[in-house]
Ligand binder design. Structure first.
Ligand code: DX5
Ligand code: ZN
Length: 230
């Protein structure tokens, strides 16, 4: 395990802000606020308009963030043919690169490619995809990302059935060591369901950026952490 990712394991359970809903016109100020809130990593959603119907940003934004901060960058690639761009995302400063099992024919090879590029490899699985689809990648992965909404948009409702995947992953070869992350629909009503089942990293977009706390992200994150007793 790389030191960056073992630091994340030590920080667990932790809320990772998904910047999808942040103010991109004021990226520097947003990063500063998140840094002051003490976040362990920034979750960055890369969407290509093909793998998912939404389109966000690519390595330019990752590189810009890398210049602004030393915080761990957790890059979630929602794109087809991720193997084409892994080196570029690593060179841009990604610490963790997660690809979707549905987006590649050889997820295990992708994990190795990410590691060779100098980042920590993660494997993601959409709600409708069985865990069996990530079995070959798991022994080569450092993180498993269980999507609790269908990848593509912030602000969707948490899909409870996806919680079962956490135990399933842990029971598989390689699954005992990965960091477990969930992403989508995590808020004050759902976060404790995730952590109670062993989720270590809880990604939150709306519950950090679209709350009554406004830009007081520390309070928004504290409110989530209170639900998990931390
Ligand atoms: C969805 C993204 C998530 C999303 C989470 O495809 O991967 O990271 O931004 O947003 P909320 O917390 O609003 O569901
Ligand atoms: Zn994400």
């Amino acid at each position: 395990m790389t030191s960056r990712i073992s630091q994340l394991a030590d920080a667990a359970p932790a809320v990772l802000p998904s910047l999808l809903l942040c103010d991109f016109g004021n990226l520097e100020a947003e990063v500063k606020r998140l840094q002051q809130a003490g976040v362990a990593a920034l979750h960055l959603d890369v969407m290509d308009g093909v793998f998912v119907p939404n389109f966000t940003y690519g390595m330019t934004i990752i590189a810009a963030l890398r210049k602004l901060t030393d915080i761990t960058l957790d890059v979630h690639l929602m794109m087809v043919n991720p193997e084409k761009y892994i080196e570029d995302f690593a060179a841009a400063g990604s610490d963790i690169i997660t690809v979707h099992a549905e987006a590649t024919d050889d997820a295990a090879a992708c994990m190795q490619q990410i590691r060779n590029a100098g980042a920590a490899p993660g494997i993601a699985v959409n709600p409708d995809t069985p865990v069996s689809k990530i079995e070959t990648a798991l022994p080569h992965a450092e993180l498993a990302l269980v999507m609790s909404v269908n990848a593509g948009f912030g602000g969707q409702s948490f899909i409870e059935l996806t919680l079962d995947k956490l135990d399933h992953i842990r029971s598989l070869p390689g699954g005992e060591n990965v960091i477990l992350e969930m992403d989508g629909g995590i808020n004050s009503s759902t976060i404790s369901k995730c952590t109670a089942r062993g989720c270590q990293l809880c990604v939150a977009g709306s519950a950090v950026f679209k709350t009554d706390f406004g830009t007081d992200y520390r309070s928004a994150i504290d409110a989530l952490m209170q639900e998990v007793g931390s």
